[in-house]
Design a protein around this ligand. Structure first.
Ligand code: AP5
Length: 232
C-alpha cells in the first residue's frame, strides 16, 4: 500500500550506500511520487562525459577506474544543479556525499532531513553490478536477473541498444567497493551522530525495498526529533 506523504515528511534526503545497493533504482521509483528531484552525481558526471565537456573529460578516467572524481569537480556540477529552481521543493541526493569533505560542503549549502542507509551484503552487490545494463539515451537501468528488458538488449522506453557501464567491469567494481569502505562508509557514523541516519534493508526484491522506503519517506518511522527539525 502507498503511504501518503505528510506535511512533516522529509524533503531534503540523501541516499547513502555501496555501489549496486539500489540507490538509483529506488530514487527513480519514489522521487516523482513524493514530489522530489532525483539528483545523481553519477548521472550528472556521465552526462558531462558523454557531452565531452572539460569537466567530463577530466572525470572520465576516474570513473572508469572506479575512483572518486575530485571533490572540486563534483561540487561544481552538483552545486550548479542544486541552485536550479526545481530543487527548491526537495531532493534526493543519490551518490553524494561520498566522503567527509563533501558532507561538510553540503552542510554549508543546505540542511538535511534524512539520510537513508541502503544495506545489502557484498555478494549481492557484486551480482547486481555484473547483471546491470543501462540505456545510453534515457539512463534507464535494467538487470538481467531482477529487471530484464522486454526485448533482449533494447531499452523498453526508447528502443536504444543497452550498454554495460565501463566501471561495472570486475576490476573496477573491486576498486569501487574498496573506495566505499574507506571513504564513504565513515559517513554512516557521521550521520548517525546527527540523528539523521535511518537504515533500510535493501536486500529484498526491488518492490519490497520500495515499500520500506515509502514508509520512511512518508515520515511514519522518523523520530520526533527529526520531524521537529523540519518545522520553521
Ligand atoms: P554512481 O553512478 O553514483 O555509482 P555508485 O554509487 O557506485 O552506485 P551505482 O549506480 O553503481 O549503484 P546504485 O546503488 O545506484 O544501484 P542501481 O540502482 O543502479 O557513481 C559512479 C562513479 O561516478 C563513481 O565511482 C565515481 O567515480 C563518480 N562519482 C559519482 N558521485 C561521486 C561523488 N559524489 N564524488 C566523487 N565521485 C563521484 O542498481 C544496481 C543494479 O541492481 C541494477 O541493475 C538494478 O536493476 C539492480 N537492482 C536494484 N535494486 C535491486 C534489488 N532490490 N534486487 C535486485 N536487483 C536490484
Amino acid at each position: 500500500m502507498t503511504a501518503a506523504p505528510r506535511p512533516t515528511a522529509p524533503r531534503r534526503i540523501v541516499f547513502l550506500g555501496p555501489p549496486g545497493a539500489g540507490k538509483g533504482t529506488q530514487a527513480a521509483a519514489v522521487a516523482r511520487e513524493f514530489g522530489l528531484l532525483h539528483l545523481s552525481t553519477g548521472d550528472l558526471l556521465r552526462a558531462a562525459v558523454a557531452e565531452g565537456t572539460p569537466l567530463g573529460r577530466e572525470a572520465d578516467g576516474h570513473i572508469r577506474a572506479g575512483r572518486l572524481v575530485p571533490d572540486d569537480l563534483v561540487l561544481e556540477i552538483l552545486g550548479h544543479r542544486l541552485r536550479q529552481p526545481d530543487a527548491a521543493g526537495g531532493f534526493i541526493l543519490d551518490g553524494f556525499p561520498r566522503n567527509l569533505a563533501q558532507a561538510r560542503a553540503l552542510e554549508r549549502t543546505t540542511p538535511l532531513d534524512l539520510v537513508v542507509s541502503f544495506e545489502v551484503d557484498r555478494q549481492r552487490l557484486v551480482e547486481r553490478l555484473a547483471g546491470r545494463w543501462i540505456c545510453p539515451k534515457c539512463a534507464s537501468v535494467y538487470n538481467l536477473a531482477s529487471r530484464p528488458p522486454r526485448r533482449p538488449g533494447l531499452c523498453d522506453l526508447d528502443g536504444a541498444a543497452l550498454l554495460q557501464r565501463p566501471d561495472d567491469r570486475p576490476e573496477a567494481v573491486e576498486v569501487r567497493l574498496k573506495v566505499y569502505t574507506e571513504q564513504t562508509a565513515p559517513l554512516l557514523e557521521h550521520y548517525r551522530a546527527t540523528g539523521l541516519l535511518h537504515p533500510l534493508d535493501a536486500s529484498g526484491d526491488p518492490a519490497a525495498v520500495t515499500e520500506g522506503l515509502r514508509r520512511l519517506l512518508a515520515g511514519d518511522q522518523l523520530g520526533t526529533g527529526m520531524r521537529d527539525r523540519q518545522r520553521p
